[in-house]
Write a protein that binds this ligand. Structure first.
Ligand code: KIV
Ligand code: ZN
Length: 511
């Protein structure tokens, strides 16, 4: 059985999703979870993109011991130097350098001839090797590159010292058969192909990122680049959880093994969703809330008689728990802390634990049964990290009545100072956001508003996502509460807090 390297790029390509930018602390938390899941390579960012991203990669490299920590770098000396410096503290580091090789990118974006691109690629790899033993080279837009040219570039960069050759479908254009064919041709035609690990990196524009990645594995690729929840540019990247579980469930067909501890998949999915403000769609494979739910009577009957009639994986093998928290108003902090631990949630400080515990008690007052999803939602709430908050919700009144214009009155704390305002709107949420804007006058544009119920039933918490943009910066805020107007106000304030937090830059800004 061959080993397959899982290369996670949630914190680099995933971060390129609108509003998904992460702070240094958030990257460290995700990095630790990825290491716990036994990911082989963690691409922690793009060191040259911003000083904040450099620091974040450096911080991840300082704490991760088991996984390789990697930084992306364009094929330029300055970028590569920064990548090398950022990964310096890593027990095992990697520099991942790339340049585009397709005619359309070379002509219109790079304005370079193919020969210039070839020289830049070789120089980049040589320079990266002078800083780090482990160098990966990617030919951006390989999917639309001329095969002869791609072979020339890859042969030359392997000679220059690249140890991994990554073949990206940057625009999500390929199909499984074509992608497998591309790998087979490259490996057959390039004389030194056997000296490197071949890697696949697929985007999901036509919904085939996972299928294309798996086809590449079948054709001989031994590294897959992927992200938690399929996060990534535009329609996203290949989803790590789907790749890992497809390979495991169909080991008979793929005949490859990963090191991944699959029971850490759901905690990783929740953590990434919480930090980036990207909810997971309920019907998402493996990590969606309905992934293991059987609705029809025939299916339920079958599963009760013999689970494997309709289930090809076990929910607990990917980290789902169906425990209800049997804690009530009188339960103590240590039981609550234990439950967080079982769910793979690590709160950074006692302040955060106290805030989460206080919110748990408030929720126990409103809701009879507390599910794991409730706990996950409440720890994702902005109140858990009060030290970085400029704004917080103090009080909210919303009024709706048939035939009347909805109305909201809100009190918020701005740097601890209480401010009050009221407004009317198309609905209670609209009125709340208008009232908030009268106070903060943020100048931000609302790009997205969505509500998901965290569990079933009308007493469920609603989890709200709000995406705001201002002057080219985009942030996602989330908030949860059994009252969705309050959840909406929290999400809006969370987005404003993120906006106010200067460290959270858009990845590759000014690139
Ligand atoms: O999609 C892509 O081509 C990339 C490269 C930088 C690897 O993300
Ligand atoms: Zn990509």
């Amino acid at each position: 059985m061959d080993n397959l390297i899982i290369f996670d790029t949630t914190m680099r390509d995933g971060e390129q999703s609108p509003g998904a930018s992460m702070t240094k602390d958030e990257k460290v938390r995700i990095g630790k979870q990825l290491e716990k899941m036994r990911v082989d390579v963690i691409e922690a960012g793009f060191a040259a993109a911003s000083p904040g991203d450099f620091d974040a990669i450096h911080a991840v490299a300082s704490v991760i011991k088991d996984s390789i920590v990697c930084s992306l770098a364009r094929a330029q000396v300055g970028d590569i130097q920064k990548a090398g410096d950022a990964i310096k503290p890593a027990a095992r580091g990697r520099i991942h350098t790339f340049i585009a090789t397709s005619p359309i990118h070379m002509q219109h974006k790079l304005r370079m001839t193919p020969d210039q691109v070839l020289v830049a690629a070789v120089d980049a790899v040589k320079f990266a090797r002078s800083l780090c033993d482990d160098v990966e080279f990617s030919a951006e837009d390989a999917v639309r590159s001329d095969m002869d040219f791609l072979c020339r570039v890859f042969e030359a960069v392997i000679k220059a010292g690249a140890k991994t050759i990554n073949v990206p479908d940057t625009v999500g254009y390929s199909t499984p058969e074509l992608w497998a064919e591309r790998f087979r041709t490259l490996m057959e035609r390039i004389p030194n192909a056997d000296k490197v690990v071949w890697s696949t990196h697929c985007h999901n524009d036509l919904g085939m990122a996972v299928a294309n990645s798996l086809a590449a594995v079948k054709a001989g690729a031994r590294q897959v680049e992927c992200t938690i929840n399929g996060l990534g540019e535009r329609a996203g990247n290949a989803a790590l959880e789907e790749i890992v579980m497809a390979l495991r469930t169909r080991k008979d067909y793929f005949n490859v093994e990963t090191r991944i501890d699959a029971t850490q998949i759901v905690p990783a999915s929740k953590l990434v969703s919480t930090i980036t403000g990207y909810p997971v769609q309920p019907n998402k494979a493996v990590v969606g809330a309905n992934a293991f739910a059987h609705e029809s009577g025939i299916h339920q009957d079958g599963v009760l008689k013999h689970r494997e009639t309709y289930e090809i994986m076990r929910a607990q093998d990917v980290g789902w728990h169906n425990n209800r928290l049997s804690l009530g108003k009188l339960s103590g902090r240590s039981a609550f802390r234990d439950r967080l631990k079982t769910l793979g949630i690590e709160l950074e400080s006692e302040v955060a634990l106290n805030a989460a515990f206080r919110k748990f008690k408030e929720l126990a007052d409103k809701k009879q049964e507390i599910f794991d999803e409730d706990i996950q939602a409440l720890v994702s709430d902005e109140a858990v990290t009060p030290e970085i908050e400029q704004f917080s919700l103090v009080a909210l009144t919303a009024h709706t009545e048939t035939g009347e214009k909805p109305f909201a009155r809100i009190v918020i704390a701005d740097h601890g100072k209480e401010k009050i305002s009221e407004a009317k709107g198309a609905g209670p949420v609209d009125a709340t956001f208008r009232a908030l804007e009268i106070i903060v006058n943020s100048g931000a544009e609302l790009q997205l508003y969505s509500v998901n119920n965290v569990t079933e039933g009308t007493d469920s918490q609603g989890e709200v996502t709000v995406r705001l943009s201002r002057a080219g910066r985009v942030v996602n805020g989330i908030g949860s509460d059994t009252d969705i107007v309050i959840a909406s106000a929290k999400a809006y304030l969370n987005a404003l807090n993120k906006m106010a937090h200067g460290e959270r830059m858009n990845p590759q800004m000014g690139d």
